[in-house]
Design a protein around this ligand. Structure first.
Ligand SMILES: Cc1cc2nc3c(=O)[nH]c(=O)nc-3n(C[C@H](O)[C@H](O)[C@H](O)COP(=O)(O)O)c2cc1C
Length: 447
């Protein structure tokens, strides 16, 4: 539910920023022609940012190898330049900041860490100041008595538009009423973005102080009402279990997947909602959690309990070293560059090392391989049920002597890597059903 609502909210936000750009351009430039010019320039700037995105990724990737400081500086300079550009174009600097945020590459650990460092300053320091500023412009005492009726009308339109719109759309696309009402409730939460938008509207003269005050009241009411209403609508619905805390082994799986195929059974739920995640970000399990999960995964069927496997965990800067080994094994400089960046796609890489017992009297090697793959599959399911995500990847590197040397693999078989981390909320995780009758042949009587 959370993942789905976040994806809807992200789409909604992107659209809202586009509409706001148009509104500000119209309000600040005067004529329709100059508004069109401003909009055209903003669109051109957004296109330039989209075009240089791969370049930005390469630049930040390289900078990340020298440490986080350079990445932080580059992000900060990029952010300021982008804000300055949209300011010069004639729309608000916040648009530039938003566009730069959208263009900044995801999944690079150095970028994620730098973004976390920026948040660590902005959230406790600048965010309260922003609220103070919004509060200073909100003056209930000067609101004429006649305006309260307008306030109620704004609130009604806002709720019908957002709660009603989202809930009806969810219902029309096949969700039941309860799920639809919960999606509507989450989408109805205006939160911080609304206050930012209102602040820009006030600054640029699109709205008056009175309208600003009425809209702030609507924002505060719809935001504050979200949690209590959601509790009423959804608290005892098993599909709406809160996202799994990463350190709680007792929890049911987190949200994701097709709600229509979910069930209250946590095991079935985990199996149905697990999807491999091509893009992964922090956090990954810490060493203690990983040990616990591997303990559990080792209960997968294993003839003779031979445990014919071991894992080599690679994280942090060591991923760049593994990337170097990948690069050395590549055929061309271009392939080497791409291969070297691969380990940075996830915060943790679990190297799957298969070490079968040779000539075992009872357990042939193919059975031992089945035991190893059973453990890896169980581990990926357990990771998912604890709120993490993973993807099993192989490639030519599993044969490369440079890679074997770096990992300390000798006379063993590399089966690839389980890339582990956390799925991006915006990445879809649904799955098409399989035609099971075609896959099961029955030889039976009495069915
Ligand atoms: C042994 C093995 C090796 C794989 N190697 C790769 C790989 O190198 N690259 C890749 O994109 N997917 C690879 N996959 C497939 C993904 O791990 C994943 O299973 C696939 O994308 C299907 O997604 P799902 O797990 O959500 O059904 C491999 C799967 C297995 C079992």
């Amino acid at each position: 539910m959370g993942t789905f609502a976040l994806a809807c909210a992200a789409t909604d936000d992107a659209l809202a920023w586009c509409l706001l750009t148009a509104a500000v351009a119209l309000a600040t430039t005067g004529t329709a022609l100059s508004a069109l010019t401003t909009l055209g320039l903003t669109a051109a700037f957004a296109a330039v940012l989209a075009l240089i995105r791969p370049l930005l990724r390469t630049l930040l990737e390289r900078a990340g190898r020298t440490g986080d400081e350079l990445v932080l500086a580059l992000l900060f300079v990029g952010l300021c330049l982008s804000a300055y550009t949209t300011d010069q174009i004639g729309v608000h600097p916040a648009f530039g900041a938003f566009l730069f945020g959208a263009a900044a590459p995801r999944g690079l650990p150095a970028v994620e860490r730098s973004a976390a460092r920026i948040r660590a300053v902005v959230l406790p320091l600048l965010l309260p100041l922003f609220f103070v500023d919004a509060g200073l412009h909100t003056d209930f005492s000067t609101l004429p008595a006649g305006q309260w009726g307008w306030g109620a009308a704004i609130l009604a339109v806002a709720v019908v538009g957002k709660w009603g719109g989202a809930a009806v759309a969810a219902r029309l696309t096949g969700s039941d009423w309860r799920w639809s009402a919960a999606i509507g409730t989450l989408m109805n939460c205006r939160g911080l973005t609304e206050l930012v938008v209102l602040g820009i509207g006030l600054q640029t003269g699109v709205i008056t102080e009175t309208l600003f005050t009425l809209l702030v009241i609507m924002t505060v009411i719809t935001t504050a009402a979200t949690a209590p209403i959601l509790r009423r609508v959804a608290s005892d619905d098993p599909r709406m279990t809160p996202p799994t805390p990463h350190d709680d082994p007792e929890h049911a799986p987190g949200p994701g997947g097709d709600p229509m195929t979910r069930s209250p059974n946590p095991v079935l739920d985990a199996v149905l909602t697990r999807r491999s995640a091509p893009r992964l970000t922090e956090p990954a399990p810490n060493p203690a959690d990983l040990e616990r999960l591997v303990q559990a995964a080792a209960t997968a069927p294993d003839h003779g309990r031979l445990r014919p496997w071991r894992l080599v965990a690679v994280s942090g800067d060591e991923r760049a070293r593994l990337g170097d080994a990948f690069g050395e094994a590549a055929d061309t400089p271009q392939q080497a560059r791409r291969a070297a960046a691969k380990p940075m796609r996830a915060p943790l890489l679990l190297t799957i090392v298969h070490r079968p017992v040779p000539n075992h009297p009872k357990v042939p090697e193919w059975e031992q391989l089945a035991a190893t793959t059973g453990m890896v599959t169980t581990l990926s399911l357990l990771l998912h049920s604890h709120g993490f995500a993973s993807i099993w990847r192989t490639g030519a590197a599993i044969e490369a002597p440079q890679v074997h040397k770096y990992l300390g693999v000798d006379d063993e078989q590399l089966l690839g890597w389980l890339y582990v981390g956390t799925r991006y909320a915006s990445d879809a995780a649904d799955r098409r059903p399989l035609d099971t009758p075609a896959r099961i042949t029955w030889h039976t009587s009495g069915i």
